[in-house]
Design a protein around this ligand. Structure first.
Ligand SMILES: *[C@@H]1O[C@H](CO)[C@@H](O)[C@H](O)[C@H]1NC(C)=O
Ligand SMILES: *[C@@H]1O[C@H](CO)[C@@H](O)[C@H](O)[C@H]1NC(C)=O
Length: 335
């Protein structure tokens, strides 16, 4: 009896330490990239959130590759969700591959109680970093420990983290790549950039949160067309005005809403407000991606015309941008 009790306590302790050692499940997401992996299950027409949820629930699932194409005849986004039981995304020497309309989500174990209920906690950009602007420099033996440190940071709002797989440096910052034109987002071999996507809407920007049509030297209708085709629609609703659509984006809490598309006054039961977690800063090519937006959708010129009219006329795409601010480089603190 005594032995039995002891072994039960022992088992409990083992489970407890296992839990502590493994941490909690979270996901990192890449946009328009994927990694080599072994797909064991493919399913069509799931939403992004269903796809990610399936991977979360399946112990074998290590990563989910979600892609979509717009069927302009309906028009709906037709999606493919691939669950993978092996992925090279956790191998720092594996190279990511460019992939169109692809969100690649890798399962992580993070030792943090601050993981949000959203589908993914971080957006990962391989081989990139912000030059300077770090609030803290620590050394961690794994990327996961670096990400947990960002979520656990309480002295400042950790908006981004950078992990160097070679030097094991983990740099935390209250700045992200959106914080204004003085932020230099540069190539850095062997370093990954991670954006904290557990932030609440009102923490998302270091300055005031302002939505404006992106000033990127590309006509607004091109941007709207590109978004209509290549941004996954996280949420659709019917609203009476552009300001109502903007408000919906501002107060969205299930994901961090970065941009919205208002498609003009409501007609019938059609949705005229789309919310996106994506914006031009999230695209690997940045705003130049919009210039490639005029690929023909379907062969019938007639339909393209009417499609564009629906999408473009009287519409504005607004982006979350932060006001123009310059932050002095803060002292690095060593922990
Ligand atoms: C992944 O699934 C395949 C079957 O599709 C199986 O052969 C392989 O052993 C699995 N790999 C792991 C790491 O479980
Ligand atoms: C996916 O959805 C589209 C549009 O609703 C439909 O045409 C297609 O048959 C669906 N595919 C599957 C496999 O359910």
């Amino acid at each position: 009896m005594e032995n039995c009790r002891r072994s039960v306590i022992g088992l409990f302790l083992v489970l407890f330490y296992l839990h502590e050692a493994l941490g909690r499940i979270a996901f990192e997401k890449l946009t328009d990239f994927d990694y080599r992996g072994n797909t064991y299950y493919t399913v069509k027409n799931l939403s992004l959130y269903e796809c990610q949820g399936w991977c979360r629930e399946e112990p074998d699932c290590q990563a989910a590759a979600f892609s979509f194409v717009l069927n302009p005849l309906i028009p709906v986004q037709e999606t493919v969700c691939q669950l993978q039981n092996e992925t090279s995304s956790n191998n720092p020497s594996a190279a990511p591959q460019r992939s169109v309309n692809m969100y690649y989500m890798t399962k992580l174990q993070l030792r943090s109680d601050n993981i949000c209920l959203r589908p993914w906690a971080f957006e990962r950009v391989p081989n990139k970093m912000i030059r300077g602007l770090d609030n803290a420099l620590i050394y961690t033996s794994t990327k996961e420990a670096c990400l947990a440190a960002c979520l656990n940071e309480h002295r400042f709002t950790c908006r981004s983290a950078e992990y160097n797989y070679v030097t094991l440096q983990c740099q935390l910052s209250d700045t992200d790549r959106r914080a204004g034109q003085f932020v230099q987002f540069v190539d850095a071999q062997g370093v990954d950039y991670f954006e904290n996507l557990c932030l609440k809407g009102n923490q998302a920007c270091k300055g005031n949160r302002v939505f404006q049509a992106p000033r990127v030297g590309v006509a607004e209708d091109k941007v709207a067309q590109y978004a209509g085709l290549h941004y996954y629609t996280d949420k659709e609703l019917q609203v009476n005005s552009e300001s109502a659509c903007k408000l919906a984006c501002e107060i969205e809490n299930e994901f961090l809403c970065r941009s919205f598309l208002y498609r003009g006054p409501p007609t019938g039961s059609q949705y005229n407000c789309q919310l996106f977690h994506l914006d031009h800063k999230t695209l690997p090519d940045g705003p130049s991606a919009y210039l490639n937006a005029d690929r023909p959708l379907i062969d019938s010129g007639e339909r393209i015309g009417s499609y564009l009219k629906i999408l473009v006329k009287n519409r504005q795409l607004c982006h979350l941008t932060t006001p123009y601010l310059w932050y002095s480089r803060q002292q690095k603190t060593q922990i």
